[in-house]
Design a protein around this ligand. Structure first.
Ligand code: ADP
Ligand code: ZN
Ligand code: ZN
Length: 744
């Protein structure tokens, strides 16, 4: 007998409440996850509509208590039904419960408590504004001129920005409204970040360059191909920073909208700024909707409702915007496809890239991925031909990518310079400020791992089995977070014998102090976790720097993401190796990405820029390739490492993550899982690694341990996962233990 789990009405919050129904024999083939069914429900068995969220051949309730599904509504494939079907796929692929998966994809209704925000909206033509500007160009009308100038390039300005940053006064507002130039409206807050960066947008679509046109044509050509088997290749647009990828997205979007279909544009949360979103507003007007994590649940639901009801047709947002319930989705764009934020850290731990490809497959839509530094996953698929690769190698305009200097910090150390700043960087900084330019200094600190390396020769202490850096622990030991290998903390370098071996401890605060001591006259801003904890502080720092109120911006990698600061002519990566030793087997990939992006920050305006990488590994391929912006060279080296070690994307790697408040109980349980897998007689090609303490071993008194499984085929891992799930469900020892799966 086949049983279906049905949710009766997704507009009522009770998603966790599913009801079991019998699937009558004659319907067995027709009932699928996501199907809309008619069922008898409640008192008097009134007929209701429901969605099938799960199917199984067992049921915990006795069959005589269950009723049968009355009808499958085959023609009634709704948007929500399709999302539930997608949730079914996510559950199978990433290993979660159906409840977790449905909660991820469905827009759960929530009353809108409107956090009203005021905006200043332009009413007059730009022509009229220009005339006014000419009229009031004398210095007596500073605020008026500033506002007019802003209105010339922006259709609307958030009230907060107008009053705080542009100096709006009641007098200016009266002048604007009485002359019909602009008015104040109230809109649901879109929670956007506005840092008052320079606006360069035009309302008309700019002319494409020859390169851009060629790229666009290749994309359109690929999207026109309809394979009889339903194969739809995603396109990977690899374009250097500043090549005009956003412009290409908009060209493709325009065509999809013209065909009456809708578009989802995913961008990393950190890049979800007023400046970025405004480019979409400028081109597509009110058809654009935005989602972001600062919105209340009500505001969020309102945006999703607009999309479902056809009030909007372009959704711009972070990872979760992938589940926008558009009625006829035609295109999903993922900008900065390589970003780690596209992977969910909650069950189901889905990746937006793979999930987008699946959703597109189910709804006959297309996928366009963009990046200057693609993930190994996406690029290897492009190399296999599963994705179509389209490249743009030139920056828009006259400027080329900045030259990069690599500074060997081992030499600095041996010459007696113990400062975080090499002499070259000190010199360049002074030079830069002398010419009235700005500089950015960044520490690419990532994750939690504190690795151990030698300052004299650069050696990083690695796990002999996994070839990833060992992490330093308080208990005086070094440990591998993949296999659990442990060794006492070394006191001298095993290669050169130097006693100067340890973790890289310097933080942004220390960098700030060093720079202050060196250049006491300079104006410094610092952006890191500490200085951005309060709401709005992130925007404040960026807008202040954009207005050139500071000379140097010091920060973690949050400063290298997609911002345009035209006066920045120097970018320094203070410790290019920091990301090399963290982030497990992806350390080199992150390093390449961060450094290539950082270098791309310099020379975005009319001035030429340069970048400087300080490193203890001047010979490392990821650092050398990033300095030349040579992605292909990096890819080839990195891919051979992944293949050699069977790391993704050369093989599939699944983490089984266990957590429990009781450390001993957790250790025992994870060891049991390992033994159980051994008893399954898995193929010899299945590698089981660990269990080991997870990279984050303990959070709020809960311990984490992890077991890794490696195999060439994802299906082999899926099979083990299914057996594990059953074993865990039956075994009392796992009652207090939470198990999550994570496809790496
Ligand atoms: P990417 O997303 O690849 O980093 P952008 O799309 O942000 O690049 O483009 C970089 C800058 O160059 C933007 O300010 C954009 O407006 C400008 N730009 C790119 N192509 C053109 C074009 N064909 N005409 C006018 N401006 C362009
Ligand atoms: Zn050494
Ligand atoms: Zn190891």
């Amino acid at each position: 007998m086949l049983y279906a789990q049905v949710i009766v009405d997704i507009s009522q919050e009770a998603l966790d409440h599913t009801f079991s129904y019998i699937v009558p024999e004659e319907m067995t083939g027709a009932v699928f996850i996501g199907a809309v069914v008619r069922i008898p429900f409640g008192r008097g068995d009134r007929e209701r509509k429901g969605y099938v969220v799960d199917l199984s051949d067992t049921c915990t309730l006795p069959p005589q208590m269950l009723k049968e599904i009355r009808e499958v509504c085959t023609r009634e494939s709704t948007g929500d039904g399709r999302l539930i079907a997608l949730a079914g796929w996510m559950k199978e692929t990433y290993g979660s419960t159906m409840f977790q998966a449905s909660r991820t994809v469905l827009p759960v209704r929530e009353k809108v408590e409107t956090r009203q925000a005021r905006i200043l909206v332009r009413l007059a033509d730009p022509q009229v504004i220009t005339e006014q500007l000419e009229k009031y160009s004398s210095s007596r009308y500073r605020a008026r001129t500033r506002i007019l100038q802003a209105l010339l390039t922006q259709e609307s300005i958030p009230w907060a920005a107008a009053s705080r940053e542009l100096g709006m006064t009641p007098g200016v507002l009266t002048y604007l409204t009485e002359n019909g130039l602009a008015e104040v409206r109230t809109e649901i807050s879109q929670g956007l970040i506005d840092y008052g960066g320079q606006e360069t947008k035009k309302n008309t679509a700019p002319e494409l360059t020859e390169n851009q046109r060629a790229a666009l044509n290749q994309i359109l050509e690929e999207f026109a191909v309809t394979d009889p088997r339903g194969l739809r290749r995603p396109v990977l647009l690899q374009g250097v920073t500043g090549s005009g990828k956003t412009l290409i997205y908009m060209e493709v979007i325009e065509r999809v909208l013209a065909a009456g279909r809708q578009v989802i544009v995913l961008i990393p949360e950190i890049a979800l700024t007023y400046q970025t979103v405004n480019r979409f507003y400028a081109r597509f007007g009110s058809r654009v909707s935005v989602l972001n994590s600062r919105m209340s649940r009500g505001e969020r639901y309102e945006q999703l409702r607009r999309a479902r009801d056809g009030e909007s047709s372009v959704m711009v947002g972070p990872r979760s915007a992938l589940f926008t319930p558009f009625p006829d989705l035609g295109l999903i764009i993922i900008d900065e496809e390589h970003e780690t934020t596209y992977k969910s850290e909650q069950s189901p731990r889905y990746h937006a890239r793979e999930t987008a490809v699946q959703r597109a497959l189910m709804e006959d839509a297309r996928v366009l991925l963009g990046s200057a530094t693609p993930s190994l996953e996406a690029y290897s698929r492009a190399m296999e031909g599963t994705y179509r690769l389209v490249r743009m190698d030139a920056r828009y305009g006259v400027f080329t990518l900045p030259p990069v200097k690599i500074v060997d910090m081992r030499q600095e150390f041996r010459k007696g310079n113990r400062s975080i700043l090499s002499r070259t960087l000190q010199q360049e900084l002074a030079d830069c400020l002398e010419h009235g330019n700005q500089a950015m200094l960044f520490l690419n600190r990532r994750g939690y791992a504190a690795f151990v390396s030698c300052r004299n020769c650069g050696e990083v202490i690695k796990c002999p089995h996994c070839d990833v850096a060992l992490s330093e622990h308080n208990n005086g030991r070094m440990i591998c977070h993949y296999c659990g290998y442990e060794t006492p903390r070394l006191t001298v370098c095993p290669v050169c014998g130097s006693p100067h071996i340890g973790g890289f401890k310097a933080g942004t605060q220390q960098v700030e102090k060093t720079v202050r001591d060196l250049l006491p006259q300079s104006r410094i801003l610092r952006m890191d976790y500490d200085t951005t904890r309060t709401k709005g502080s992130y925007e404040k720092i960026l807008s202040s720097f954009a207005r050139h109120e500071a000379d140097i911006l010091i920060g973690t990698q949050m400063i290298v993401k997609g911002h345009d600061f035209p006066d920045v002519t120097l970018v320094g990566a203070l410790a290019a190796d920091l990301s090399l030793g963290s982030d497990g087997f992806r350390g080199a990939e992150r390093t390449y990405q961060l450094l290539a992006q950082a270098a791309g920050r310099a020379g975005r305006g009319s001035k030429e820029g340069k970048a400087l990488f300080q490193t203890y590994h001047p010979e490392h391929y990821s650092i050398r390739a990033a300095a030349r912006q040579d992605y292909e060279a990096f890819y080839n080296e990195e891919m051979s490492f992944r293949s050699l070690m069977d790391y993704p994307p050369a093989a599939h790697l699944m983490a089984v993550l266990g957590s429990c408040a009781d450390q001993d109980q957790l250790t025992l349980a994870m060891n049991c899982l390992r033994m159980f897998i051994g008893k399954l007689h898995p193929p010899a090609s299945l590698h089981v690694i660990g269990p080991a303490p997870a990279a984050v071993e303990k959070v709020r008194d809960v311990y984490y341990r992890v077991l890794y499984l490696k195999h060439a085929q994802a299906s082999a891992l899926d099979a083990v996962r299914e057996r594990l799930d059953r074993y865990i469900a039956m075994n009392e020892g796992f009652e207090d233990i939470t198990i999550q799966y994570d496809m790496q």
